[in-house]
Design a binder for this molecule. Sequence first.
Ligand code: ATP
Length: 309
Amino acid sequence: MSQAMPTTGVHVRAPGKLNLFFEVGPLGDDGYHDVASAYQAVSLYEDVWAEPSDAFTIAVSGSVDVSTVPCDDRNLAVRAARMVAREVGYRGGVHLDIVKNVPVAGGMGGGSADAAAALVAVDALLGADLGTARLLAMGAKLGADVPFALMGGTAIGTGRGDELRPALAQGRFEWVIVTTGDGLSTPEVYGHLDAQRDDGLAPEGREDIRDVEPGVLHALRAGDARALAEHMRNDLQVAALALRPELRTTIELGERSGALAGIVSGSGPTIAFLAEDRDAALDLQISLAASGYAALHVHGPVHGARVLA
Ligand code: ATP
């Protein structure tokens, strides 16, 4: 294979995600769960700059606490960069500069967004032009949420969440998210759900999950926030709330303060509140902030990982 020639530098932005609906099947023999997920990419972004270097290196900073993010080959973005380089036979290195705004271990897919951004950035940096289908396949090898961070918008994910199809969604949904510095480990939350199910403390997972509830698809198609609020669901919530009981108070406060509904995002601990419209979201953000919460107003859907000029 010919040696790819890097350009000088590329800037890519990738979004964090919310799960509007997340059904988790029983623990499979392979140690994984099948899921049915409705994802929405929201306007909280990771910025990744890639430039040619002698080795694969990374610097991580941001508006969130990044002290627990690995800065070596354990970082998903470094693995993504190496994967593209290997794919095109590039023998040099790449330096990645990551500026994170998505809370680490927050259930919003920040690491996956970094990996998606790195795939797109290094593909552009090396002039590889691998194409969407190959980048999606490479993303799925890195993690179940990476393909969605590439795709963005609103999508339905089945299998491990990586068998994706775009969902028709009209208009724009207004969200207020409440973040906490102290993240939750995704494997720990899944493990806790399995234990709760074994002990009869959580409903059994349905075998053979094929899709999200039709009500979710109808609400998205109609751009109807009230209808979506009625159908939002997250099977990991019962586990996240058991591990972090204080999140229940957050959800109750948000719902009393005007949210249509509040839900744990992914494996938590971020809470996502759906608001009726922009004004309602601003009011909600202000009242949650006045109560001492770190509340951000975001909207969705937004684009997946893409190169910025
Ligand atoms: P998900 O919802 O996709 O399961 P998350 O949003 O809860 O994940 P992330 O912030 O993506 O959590 O990261 C989870 C863990 O992955 C971190 O604790 C960290 O150790 C590791 N990690 C690897 N690469 C990254 C990265 N680029 N950014 C953040 N964490 C990373």
